[in-house]
Ligand binder design. Structure first.
Ligand code: PGA
Length: 258
């Protein structure tokens, strides 16, 4: 199997009990896939579910991640959470720069760069999300926007082996999102690969790029088949374990057809 990363971000959904149940169901429905070859599964629940999910996932290769963190280790930052706390709770991954964080909380690329340094220092793998808005796409600067996001967030970061990049066009995410044309995604991924090569040279070849934004059972095969895609990052369609496993199996089947 060619390497394939597959995961979901629960956003603000699922209690600890529901999250634990998800993990048990995932274990039951995908026993043949978990720990298979070069398949890497990850789940990113709300903070309150991390301990339960990490406990339920222990002994398997499924990575449990957090949806955000502060760049400081600790301090007077009410409502925030630090990397050490995440690691102690069992997180092995942290997602940084999701479009909803950038848009609703005004996270900047420079903020993300600080967070990346801290996360990597504490041994967390980082899932960095990038993507252009509808306006930026309309004005034809999508590739420039994504290149800028990558270059600033990854500035002076020298651990490409601890990174995972998600390309998620903002206009394709969530209820109001429009699924992207796979051909458009393919060209964006080629550009992103070029930027990563600029930053990391030959080491960039092993850095996975996953695609996300309105991925579902019907379209996942189209994205999974793209040559530049190393995996899929799914929201709504994977919040229940049967959806997660359904999309995963369909994507893997599509990939075998390449
Ligand atoms: P969606 O979410 O699959 O529900 O569009 C994707 C995301 O927000 O990462």
């Amino acid at each position: 199997m060619r390497r394939f990363w597959f995961g979901t971000n629960f956003k603000m959904h699922h209690t600890p009990g529901e999250s634990r149940q998800f993990m048990h169901e995932l274990g039951a429905r995908a026993a043949d896939l978990i720990d298979a070859g070069d398949l890497h599964l990850f789940v990113i629940p709300p903070f309150t579910s991390i301990m339960d999910m990490a406990d339920a996932a222990s002994g398997s290769s499924v990575l449990v991640g957090a949806q955000n963190m502060h760049w400081a280790d600790d301090g007077a930052y009410t409502g925030e959470i630090g990397a050490r706390m995440l690691v102690a709770a069992g997180a092995r991954l942290v997602m940084l720069g999701h479009a909803e964080r950038r848009q609703q909380w005004g996270e900047t690329d420079r903020d993300l760069n600080r967070k990346l340094h801290t996360a990597l220092h504490h041994g967390l793998r980082v899932l960095l999300c990038v993507g252009e808005t509808a306006d930026e796409k309309q004005y034809g600067v999508g590739r420039e926007v994504v290149a800028r996001q990558l270059k600033i967030a990854l500035h002076a970061i020298d651990q490409p082996d601890a990174l995972l990049i998600a390309y998620e066009p903002v206009w394709s995410i969530g209820e109001g999102g429009t699924a992207a044309d796979p051909a458009y995604v393919a060209t964006m991924l080629i550009d992103m690969r070029g930027v990563l090569r600029e930053l990391y040279g030959d080491r960039s070849a092993d850095l996975p790029i996953v695609y996300g934004g309105s991925v579902n059972l019907n379209n996942c095969g189209l994205y999974a088949r793209l040559p530049g895609v190393d995996g899929l990052f799914v929201g709504r369609a994977a919040w229940q374990a049967d959806g997660f496993v359904g999309v995963l199996r369909t994507a893997l089947r599509a990939r075998e057809e390449i």
